[in-house]
Design a protein around this ligand. Structure first.
Ligand code: NDP
Length: 500
């Protein structure tokens, strides 16, 4: 780059970047002139440097790496990246908090979004997961309101625990996720020390159109490690970018973090009679019913060259899928399949898939998607922009590669649906408290963990002004376990008395 010299954006060289063209007089002042393109262009570009922040998942750590299949998984999926032991696939990972804004503290107590793009040899596969195995809601219509209740009060612009707890009292199916959020794992030690989970049920599909339901688990080889609430609060003030720095420096010193990737596998026939609705994202599949099978491992080994182009412009969606991997009928997943690319089209523009960090590493030929703002490839030149052209017929993968058409089907054709259109809302039953009660017992395996959960909850609930709402929150936790409800009540009311 020794020949590199300063220019304006269209290549015109300037002898100096520090001059302004002014109409001057002897008083020392000067009037700016429209002909000063350097000044005008620089100011105008500066004003446009920001793109819309993600409404959720704004603050994130990102890095590149690779996925390695540890076995031939062709008995359960036709996915090419899983069909040979040792096969490597490049990837991009972006791990974020959910509610807080782009400038917020990494160590804020929050769920952590795990967005991963696998650049496979059959196109991109995005895994858009969380570091918790369950989610707050199972009805898609609640998606925006749940996220908003975790953000700022519309009047005061302050985070509002009244709104937060009011939402959760009214939508108690989130209790399982609340326990995860307020446990030690709500404040990870670093991104290198978290697990991640698909949460949703997905499908592994095969060439014969058969499929298995799967849940994916990604477990850290560095071990799960967490901060205490006090440590997380201190670090939030001292170094709000703690996780970004930790990951960047670990990769720079070649201390590459590694995760093992597992699946739980369920036959469709088992789903029909299973104790739990597998399309309800507030539930796990207990390990004893569906043990983990390892399919791969992933390593992060390359830092972004430029945070904006590599990470901020990255877009992930559960609808980005490869042959062998398919969506299930989880209604929240169905909504996300639409909402995520829709968000990317708004945030980045209709041609966001062409941006280098998002672009597939395989040839792309999608001549029905043309033009649009910021098109920066050849736009398929003179190829027809309609289907069934005899002038330039479109070829398809099975004929070019001479393979069975089913091998690349994203859908399971033989799946038959019969039903009726209805206004569906899920209802709360005692069953919704069974798995949270199991998790409360899991916390009990490690000394002090139940007490820390109670303490973390009390430190939030004590900010709720209404004693009636606080009572409803205690009752919510009491449905999980009577002791838990009583402990949360005592710790919270004691804290309120102490601060009075
Ligand atoms: P198991 O006893 O087989 O598994 C419990 C799991 O809980 C562990 O494997 C671990 O998951 C996770 N865990 C351990 N300590 C903590 C902690 N402090 N905070 C959060 N999670 C922790 O039980 P089941 O499979 O029957 O599940 C019991 C409960 O465990 C569930 O209700 C669920 O909330 C929780 N859990 C279950 C998972 C599942 O997919 N079955 C996954 C994660 C949690 P890991 O090894 O993934 O860290």
């Amino acid at each position: 780059m020794s020949q590199q010299y300063y220019t304006l954006a269209e290549g015109c060289p300037f002898a100096s970047s520090s001059t302004a063209v002014l109409l001057r007089n002897k008083t020392g002042g000067g009037l700016g002139l429209l002909q000063d393109t350097q000044l005008i262009e620089t100011l105008a570009h500066f004003s446009r440097e920001r793109i819309p922040e993600r409404v959720v998942h704004a603050k994130a750590v990102g890095a590149y790496g690779e996925f390695e299949a540890v076995a031939d998984c062709s008995d359960i999926t036709s996915a090419s990246f899983l069909n040979t032991a040792g096969k490597k696939t490049p990837l991009l990972l972006r791990v974020s908090t959910v509610g807080p804004e782009a400038g917020s503290a990494d160590t804020s107590r929050d769920v952590h979004g795990w967005a991963m793009k696998l650049y496979t040899d059959e196109g991109n596969l995005d895994w858009v997961f969380n570091n918790t195995p369950v989610f707050f809601i199972r009805d898609p219509i609640k998606f925006p309101s749940m996220n908003r209740s975790h953000k700022r009060n519309p009047q005061t612009h302050l985070p509002d625990v009244n709104m937060f707890w009011d939402f959760h009292v009214g939508n108690p199916e989130g209790i399982h996720q609340l326990l995860h959020l307020f446990s030690d794992r709500g404040t990870p030690h670093s991104i290198r020390n978290i697990n991640s989970y698909s949460g949703h049920t997905y499908k592994f599909t095969k060439e014969d159109s058969s499929f298995k339901y799967v849940k994916i688990h990604i477990k850290t080889q560095q071990g799960v490690k967490n901060l205490t609430r006090e440590e997380a609060t201190r670090i939030a003030g001292e170094n709000p970018d703690y996780y970004i720095q930790d990951m960047f420096e670990a990769i720079e010193r070649k201390d590459y973090p590694i995760w093992n990737v597992y699946v739980q596998i369920m036959d469709p026939s088992e789903a029909e009679t299973y104790r739990w609705n597998i399309f309800d994202m507030t539930k796990v599949w207990p390990h004893k019913d569906f043990p983990l099978r390892q399919i791969g491992k992933l390593t992060l080994n390359r830092n972004p060259q430029n945070y904006f182009t590599d990470i901020e412009q990255a877009a992930f969606s559960p609808s980005t899928m490869v042959p062998g991997f398919a969506a299930s009928a989880d209604p929240v997943l169905q909504a996300r399949l639409f909402a995520y690319p829709d968000a990317a089209r708004y945030r980045l523009g209709v041609n966001y898939q062409q941006l280098p960090t998002n672009a597939a590493k395989v040839p792309i030929y999608c001549p029905f998607e043309r033009d649009g703002k910021m098109r920066f490839d050849d736009n398929y030149g003179g190829d027809p922009n309609y289907v069934n052209s005899s002038l330039k017929p479109t070829k398809f993968y099975p004929e070019v590669k001479n393979v069975n058409p089913n091998s690349i089907s994203l859908h399971t054709e033989h799946e038959k649906w019969a039903g009726e259109v209805s206004a569906y809302t899920s209802h709360i039953t005692d069953d919704d408290f069974v798995q949270p009660a199991e998790l409360w017992k899991v916390f009990g395996r490690q000394p002090g963990q139940q007490d820390r959960l109670v303490d973390n909850l009390a430190s939030s609930i004590k900010g709720v002004k209404s004693s009636k709402l606080r009572g409803d929150v205690y009752a919510l936790f009491g449905r999980v376990n009577r002791d838990l409800g009583a402990m949360v009540q005592k710790a919270t009311e004691d804290a309120i008395k102490q601060s009075a």
